[in-house]
Ligand binder design. Structure first.
Ligand code: MV4
Length: 480
């Protein structure tokens, strides 16, 4: 493998190219017209413009990307996350053109892209699943019988759904019919597939996912868990590894279950198996993400691995260089996603130019970044600017480092989730480890950070005033 094309932009394109370069592999960037001067373009050995700004005219043009790859004699394509990363047809077309897709086979992508197909694939492996059905349901009479068996509250989910889209909680039987009809029509218009199914609603779960890695020789390992319960409206904001609450026994059970999920779909490469954990610490398989995830760095830090390097090695057909027994957890890592969003204004995208953009540096601080000072943030793509990651011996140390790093991250020109991160890492519920997926909804109101910002502004004003008075004293030249 001499040359890799990265079919992505921003921090993840740079992240992948950094490892490729370390491995002596040349890199090709693709870009849209608004990204002409983007850091990922400058970073690559070669770069090709593939279209206009809207992603369906550029980063989503699979066939065009493959054409570029062929013209430039590319050996492999890394899709990053988002865009075409979980598109089974893209993976298949790449392989048909004798280029390596750095990711699983299209069959595994297809299975895991459907929640019902995923349940079906893993059901012979004894993996705990939320009580419910594993078939699409349309018949309301049947649905009522099933819901009564499971017990209310129940959750209606779309098989093709993701990120919580098309989910509906039903508290009592009288609402079941209307909610089911809505879920079906929503799923039909959003995904072109109206299949829905029913599960017991787990009221206050934690979201815990296991990183897995598989080679083409039948070896599958897991790299422990990531805790992703701090999210707002299914958008993750803070992630950490390890989880503050898993015992070694539970960790090992969930890890083994995740490995079985990967084996069930003949997995290859990096993948993530998502679980819900209820108040009694029962875990349930939710779904598998067949890509390298945004939050992969926290797993890298606690295991001392380079997940992109492993992806490349197994894509080349090599055996995994590490076995399960070689792996252990060392230290604690936290990640804050820095979005150009305004936490004071319902997290609406904050458009503008990065007038100041200074990244914190120091031991235990890693910033996976895709932007630079002076750049305008394109409105066409996900507004994530960077990921601020800290690593310490203990969770407490990683939190302290994070607060320091937030303080030293200087962004002017747009609003960001930095103050929101400060709120999370200072919160007692987060610090105690006693939180679930309702953390943001339960504790966050804009006025908390508003008053924090005002307090800081007052202090800044006082300091300025003090300095002014001092300056007046020294500057005053007595008039004769
Ligand atoms: C659930 C659930 C409770 N009970 N399933 C949301 C996204 C999708 N991946 C699955 N999700 C959930 N499934 C049952 N049976 C609660 C959620 C859920 C959630 C899961 C993970 C992270 C954040 C979440 C926020 C709200 C709901």
């Amino acid at each position: 493998m001499k040359k890799i094309l990265v079919a992505n932009r921003g921090e993840i394109a740079i992240r992948v190219m950094t490892t490729a370069r370390k491995m002596g592999i040349k890199t090709v960037a693709i870009y849209s017209t608004v990204d002409r001067n983007a850091p990922h373009v400058k970073f690559a050995d070669e770069a090709v413009c593939i279209g206009e700004a809207p992603s369906n005219q550029s980063y989503l043009l699979g066939s065009k990307i493959i054409e570029v790859a062929k013209q430039l004699n590319v050996d492999a394509i890394h899709p990053g996350y988002g865009f075409l990363s979980e598109n089974a047809d893209f993976a298949e077309e790449i392989e048909k053109n004798n280029i390596i897709f750095i990711g699983p086979k299209s069959k595994a992508i297809k299975i895991m892209g459907s929640k019902l197909a995923a349940k079906d694939a893993v059901k012979a492996y004894g993996i705990p699943m939320v009580p419910g059905i594993d078939q699409a349901i349309t018949d309301i009479t049947k649905a009522k019988v099933i819901a009564a068996e499971i017990g209310f509250p129940i959750l209606i989910k779309a098989s093709a759904g993701g990120g919580g889209k098309g989910m509906r909680v039903v508290e009592e039987e009288k609402d079941l019919e209307s909610q089911m009809n809505r879920a079906i029509s929503e799923a039909t218009s959003a995904f072109g597939d109206g299949s829905v199914f029913i599960e017991k609603y787990v009221a206050s779960p934690r979201h815990i996912e296991i990183q897995v890695m598989a080679d083409s020789h039948g070896n599958v390992i897991h790299l422990f868990e990531r805790e992703c319960s701090v999210q707002r409206r299914h958008q993750k904001v803070v992630e950490e590894a390890p989880s503050a609450i898993l015992t070694p026994e539970l960790r090992s059970k969930m890890g083994n279950a995740a490995v079985k999920v990967a084996k069930a779909c003949d997995y290859l490469g990096a993948g993530t198996v998502e679980f819900l954990l209820d108040e009694n610490h029962n875990f349930y398989f939710l779904e598998m993400n067949t890509r390298l995830q945004v939050e992969h760095p926290v797993s890298e830090l606690i295991t001392g691995t380079d997940l992109v390097a492993l992806q490349i090695q197994v894509a080349r057909g090599e055996k995994l260089p590490i076995q399960q027994e070689d792996l252990s957890i060392k230290g604690h890592a936290l990640e804050l996603r820095i979005y150009a969003e305004d936490p004071l204004n319902d997290f609406l995208p904050s458009v503008g130019t990065l007038e100041t953009y200074k990244i914190p540096i120091g031991k235990g601080i890693r910033v996976d970044n895709g932007f630079e000072e002076g750049m305008e943030i394109p409105i066409y793509y996900d507004p994530m600017l960077a990921k601020l990651i800290t690593y310490g011996t203990t969770r407490e140390e990683a939190i302290q480092l994070m607060l320091l790093a937030i303080e030293n991250y200087n962004i002017k020109g747009v609003q960001t989730t930095l103050p929101f991160g400060k709120f999370v890492f200072e919160h007692d519920a987060f610090r105690s480890g006693n939180f679930d997926t309702h953390f943001v909804k339960k504790y966050f109101t804009p006025d908390i950070i508003q008053s924090e910002i005002e307090k800081e502004a007052k202090i800044a004003a006082l300091i300025a005033m003090k300095q002014y008075i001092e300056d007046q004293k020294t500057l005053r030249i007595p008039t004769l």
